[in-house]
Structures are given as structure tokens and as C-alpha cells.
Design a protein around this ligand. Sequence first.
Ligand SMILES: Cc1ncc(COP(=O)(O)O)c(C=O)c1O
Length: 414
Amino acid sequence: MFLAFVFLLNNKIHFDDIYMKYNFDEIIDRNNTDAIKIELLPTLFGNKDIQPMWVADMDFRTPDFIFDAIYERSKHPILGYTTPPDNFAKTIKNWQYQQHQWNIEEDWTGFVAGIVPGLSFAVQIFTEENDEVIIQPPVYHPFIHVIEKNNRKLIFNPLKIKNGLFEMDFDDLEKKITKKTKLLILCNPHNPGGKIWDEESLKRLATICYDNNIVVISDEIHGDMALPGYYHTPFAKVSDTASKISITFTAPSKTFNMPGLQSSSYIIPNPVLRKKFKKFLDRNELIGGNIFAYKATIAAYEKGDNWRKEMLKYVEGNIEYVIDYINKYIPQIKAMAPQASFLIWLDFSELGIPAENLTSFIVDKAGLALNDGRMFGPGGENHMRINVACPKIKVENAMQKLKKAIDEVLSDKA
Ligand SMILES: Cc1ncc(COP(=O)(O)O)c(C=O)c1O
């Protein structure tokens, strides 16, 4: 307990005293790099010349220590079949303890080439066709895909909004559970709302799921990006019950801007669940990871903490800018203040633009590509998600363009 307190204190002191060494204002041209954010603009938005603020990767330079690790390995002339480096699991263990005071065993963890594939594996392992899987929308849209594409029944336990933030609806959850409910996929912290789930909610969720034999998949890809003053709680850490029923996925990809390397890990404390998961990986020959993914993951977890803190401090500045700007100049939009990560959930309902026209309005009038809230399921209508992990000047431009577009709508109405 005392140790945990010292860790929290340390975290806070480091954040406050941060000396900005890295340059997050640098504008980097991502054209001709096959970036999804840019390449899919014509197909999905019908316009290649708009400002992309949608896909959740950052426009910041991937940190040097990641490239150094990759270059170092590239010096050897053979890129052969590779085992996970000896210190791979240990690095994950150390990182979880250092960041979240979660004490895991090395053999609870292993490599998966991406969290979304991991979610799909878990759906296939722990449920059968037509079993029910619960998610809490509006939520990261591939949760919907991995359930539906595997012919499982999608059950919504929609989030409620209280004091401008999401919260779980446990009464609704208990009503939705049936004998066929086998799995719940939790987004911890939450995307698109940036909500850090408090320990009490996670404990209550664990109790309900344990009592009903439901396995919980906790997607913690945003877990290392609690904004200054906030602390992420791993689901499996909150109680013995939670530990017994959980599969946790973590990754350095989002935090250190290296999602193209497809490196993530599972953490499964319960030996029975772990055995099933590993058997599936083995059966499908999914054991091996990419040579550079291993190296980059180790570098991120061993060398990345200062960069991570600086990045979050910079992102916090962008978030504050957007929220202040919206409150001052476009109060018809309501922004949900995130507690983690670099995404902001924007509510456009007050403007009265029909949900099906909102994306084309943002594209045509504001010249921006944002994520249409409807893709995140019920509760996403009339909302947009904006990614602010980019140089501040881009955020300022985006806000000015949005204001101009909204001013036009308001003057048309007047
Ligand atoms: C909640 C969540 N899970 C998973 C992912 C993607 O994970 P991966 O690239 O490892 O498949 C994202 C990316 O935005 C995300 O927000």
C-alpha cells in the first residue's frame, strides 16, 4: 500500500517537473507512406484534400529509442526465424509493476500480433456460435466486428452519461445477461470517451461477471496513457475474482506510436483460461512474433517512460486547447474531457444536423476527417471523435475550420 502511494507520488512529481526535451511541434509529411489516415480519405470521405484527424495513431515522430532498437537488430545480416528474446516477458512484467503496480508472473504473458486479432481469438476460444457477447457502446468499433464476423450474438450494455462522463449501467447489464452470455469485452480506459474506469466500477463488473460465469476481456491498449493527475487501474488487479475471469491485452503500440509493428501482449492469470488461449495460438501457428516488434517493445518499456510523460503533457495541452476553444467559440458542441489518451468525444446534437449528414457536413464545410460516432454503436449518433495527437498548430487550424463551418450553419438558421 505504502509502496503504491510512493509510486503515485513519483508519477505526479515527474509529470509536474517535466522538462520538454522532445519536439512534438515538428510537422512530418506522411504522404506516400501508405498511412491509413491519408490513403483511405478518398474512399471513406470522398475527398483526399481534407485534414485527417481520425485514425488513432499519432502524427508525432516515433521515438528514437524505438528506431535505435530496430537499427541495432538490422545491423546483423540475417533476419531469420526468431524466438521471443529472453527478457521479453520480464520487460512486460516490470512495466506493469512500474506503471500500474500490477504484479504479474512472467508466464502469464505472451506475444500477440495486435490486440484486435487477440480479441477475435478470445471470442473464438471462449464462446461458440450464437453465444452472446456483451459490449458497452459507444465503444471502439472492432469490438462489434470480432463478435459479428464470428457469428456470435452482439449484446449492447450502453454506457450512461453522468456529469459529462461515461459510466457503466449495471442494472441494464444484469438484465441483459442470459444463460448464453459467455463473454464481455471491456475497453479500459475507454475509447472514444477517454474515461478511466474507477476501481469500484471494475470490482462491481467483476462480481457480476464472475457470478454469471462470464469471461472478461479487458482491452488496455490506452492504459499507459492516463493523462497527468489520473491513474489507470488494470481490470485484473481489482480483485481475485477479476483476476480469475480476465484476459488482458496490452501494447506499447498506441503509446509509443508504433502500431505498424503490430506488437501486443496477453496477460492471463488464470491457468485454465491461459491454457485454452495458448492452445489456440499453438493450433493456429500464431506463436511467433516479428523480429522488430519484440525489440521495439522491449525498447519502449525499458526506455520510454520519459518520452511517454512528455507526450502526454503535450497532448494534455492540445486537449485543454480544444475544450477551451469549443467552450468559448462553439458552445453548441459539447466536448467530453478525456482522462486518458488523445481522443476527444464531441457531441453535435444541439446543432440539429441529422446524424446521417454529419460526416459530409464536417468534410464539406470544415475540411476535416473525423470518426463518425455512429461507427461506435448506439449512443454514437450525432457525435464525432477527434484525434489530437498531432502538432498543436494542426489542432488550432482544425478548430478554426470547425468554428467557421458551425458559424455558417448558425447564420443560415438565423
Ligand atoms: C481500444 C482499442 N483497442 C485496440 C486497438 C488497436 O489494436 P491493434 O492495433 O493492436 O490491433 C485500438 C486502436 O485504436 C483501440 O483504440
